[in-house]
Design a binder for this molecule. Structure first.
Ligand code: KG4
Ligand code: ZN
Length: 346
């Protein structure tokens, strides 16, 4: 299998079937040569988890099991290729919910074994970065990546497809986690990020929320302070029987968080001397964050890239793209003893 895997490096056309099941999206895609998406089927469980106010891990695992075989068939049919034309199977092995990940990992192992194909183990976080390769066919490292998802917030120096250095990270909550928790206290449905984004558009910055000053000057982030500040503000208003100005709170919170993210992303570009900034992960879908990054990049002569919306949030095409570049460097080949990991290093 090792030889078969290395032989792919010189193959002109490489079709990778990729599987993603780290949270509440079951997704399977076929990606050609890392950039061309032949199919990207995503079955979202958002409606199932909404009534619980967040993802229930056990419910997510069960729904992945129910959905995955049909999604596989659909991904192959939509791609318009046969199983024999597949060159490798890629799967997200972490980070994420263990039970959910295991469904994808075991399905991938079964496929790799039965089709006698190499199995490539991909980090979900690296997949988010690769979403940009799909959206921007000419994008290549080096660049600075602002990774903002439900589980991660980080600034990375991406020197090459498989060479990354952590420049800064959150010391507590991830940005998406803060969005979701603030949304929850405002009684907005799960997932909260898109709801805050929508409501903020008709709100005003009337609350002076702040992020911790102790990290000023560093490339690290902290969002638990502002999250608590918002929660306390809402509770105080409720205790006084006052009306909670949801739109203004959403706007004030979002302005503060996106100021922090965009300013530190630009600082990372300045410090590294890299004139290319890439945003990745679900919070990268935030309209205000994209607008600020785009404007500040323009002001500082930095090229700015963000994935199209459907590749910003969880999907498997990004996993297929990352797997291709791992294969090119001979990395990621997994055995049938591959297991899922709740946490993986950035
Ligand atoms: O990358 P992702 O789909 O899953 C993880 O890997 O975590 O990110 C999900 C996160 C959630 O916290 C969600 O609320 C947030 O991305 N999100 C947004 C927006 N769309 C999704 N946050 C702010 N504004 C948005 N438009
Ligand atoms: Zn994700």
């Amino acid at each position: 299998m090792v030889q078969k895997y290395h032989d792919l490096q010189n193959k002109a056309e490489v079709n990778i079937l990729a599987i993603e099941s780290s949270c509440d999206e079951t997704s399977i895609s076929v990606v050609r040569n890392g950039r061309e998406v032949l199919s990207n089927i995503v079955a979202s469980q958002i409606d199932i988890h909404r009534r619980f106010g967040g993802v229930v891990p056990e419910v997510a695992s069960r729904n992945h099991i129910t959905a995955i075989s049909n999604i596989f068939e659909e991904a192959i049919t939509t791609a318009g290729i046969s199983r024999e034309q597949l060159d490798a199977i890629a799967v997200t092995y972490g980070a994420g919910l263990i039970g959910a990940l295991l469904v994808g990992v075991n399905f991938a192992k079964g496929l790799a074994y039965s089709l006698d194909l190499p199995l490539i183990a991909v980090s979900h976080v690296h997949g988010h970065i690769a979403a940009n390769y799909i959206s921007h066919p000419s994008l290549m490292p080096p660049f600075v990546c602002l990774m903002v998802s439900g589980g991660h917030t980080a600034l990375l120096k991406v020197s090459d497809y498989n060479k990354m250095q952590l420049l800064g990270t959150t010391v507590d909550d991830a940005a998406g986690e803060a969005f979701d928790k603030v949304a929850r206290v405002l009684n907005l449905p799960y997932p909260g990020g898109p709801e805050i984004d929508r409501l903020a558009q008709s709100g005003a910055r009337t609350f002076n929320f702040t992020v911790s000053k102790s990290l000023a000057g560093s490339l690290n982030f902290s969002f638990s302070g502002i999250k608590t500040e918002v929660i306390n503000t809402v509770h105080n208003l409720e205790q006084k029987g006052a009306q909670v100005p949801t739109q203004d709170i959403a706007r004030s919170f979002q302005e503060c968080v996106t100021d922090e993210l965009s300013q530190k992303a630009i600082s990372a570009c300045r410090q590294t001397g890299i004139k290319k900034l890439v945003v990745a992960g679900g919070v990268g879908a935030n309209s205000m964050l994209k607008a600020k990054l785009s404007q500040q990049c323009k002001d500082n002569s930095i090229e700015f890239f963000s994935p199209v919306l459907k590749y910003c949030t969880d999907n498997s095409a990004m996993i297929g793209s990352m797997a291709y570049y791992m294969m090119k460097d001979g990395l990621g080949l997994a055995d049938l003893d591959l297991t899922a990991k709740a946490n993986v290093e950035l």
